[in-house]
Design a protein around this ligand. Structure first.
Ligand code: DX5
Ligand code: ZN
Length: 229
């Protein structure tokens, strides 16, 4: 059954849709506009058919903002670079199960450095891929597009997967963020939240908008009435 969200979702704008020539200004503007986290999409041209940026850029941005860095690694093999991204300033590291041979060990490595560890499920990746590591996961992110590009259309066929993961997380009783990434906009957000997501990644819907604060507010939806816990 679908449940109503209990509180406003965490909003993590993706800099993939920002103006890279003015990235420092863009990050300052998104922080001022009320973003909760900054989502950073790292692509290697191998695991996904696109290339973005690496640890040096993240290190440069780290000096400019206090926002938590939600670093989505679309690189393979991922293990040799985990420390570099943590040293650059990542707070959360999100990895795909397909990006290394030993997901459990990769998650352990991230947590051993005191960072939050997340697992990303591609549209074709089943929820079972994360079921055996729920005890060492801080975030699960459902891809609602195929990874590699911004501006793609949301895949509504992923909604049951979000709901299944909501049930698994609640049954386990540990705090695990449930993120959704891809095609998230004011027009698609409602069923995403009803399915149980608590964290929204949005590139085009925020950085592609003329008013970042209004775009973030539109994703958050109306504030719950005072005292409604
Ligand atoms: C895609 C990335 C997304 C991307 C989303 O591989 O993981 O974070 O920035 O962009 P939109 O919100 O435009 O779909
Ligand atoms: Zn992403």
């Amino acid at each position: 059954m679908l449940t109503a969200p209990r509180r406003p979702p965490v909003i993590a704008p993706s800099v993939l849709a920002a103006d890279f020539a003015r990235l420092g200004e863009e990050v300052a503007a998104i922080e001022k506009a009320g973003a909760d986290w900054l989502h950073l999409d790292v692509m290697d041209g191998h695991f996904v058919p696109n290339i973005t940026f690496g640890p040096p850029l993240i290190k440069s941005l780290r000096r400019l903002t206090a926002l938590p860095f939600d670093v989505h690694l679309m690189i393979a093999p991922v293990d040799p670079l985990l420390d570099d991204f943590i040293d650059a300033g990542a707070d959360h590291i999100l990895i795909h199960p397909e990006a290394g041979p030993h997901l459990h060990r990769s998650l352990q490595s991230i947590r051993a450095r005191g960072k939050k560890a997340g697992v990303v499920l591609n549209p074709a990746t089943p929820v079972e891929s994360v079921a055996c590591v729920l005890d060492i996961v801080d975030a699960i992110m459902v891809m609602t597009v195929n990874p590699g590009f911004g501006g793609q259309s949301f895949l509504p066929s992923m909604l049951p997967k979000i709901a299944t993961l909501r049930g698994m997380i609640d049954a386990g009783g540990r705090p695990i963020a449930l993120e959704v990434d891809g095609g998230v906009s004011a027009g698609t957000v409602r069923p995403i939240l009803e399915a149980g997501a608590d964290t929204l990644v949005a590139g085009t819907a925020v950085f592609g908008s003329a008013d970042y604060a209004a775009a973030i507010a539109a994703l958050r939806g109306p504030s719950p009435p005072a005292g409604n816990e």
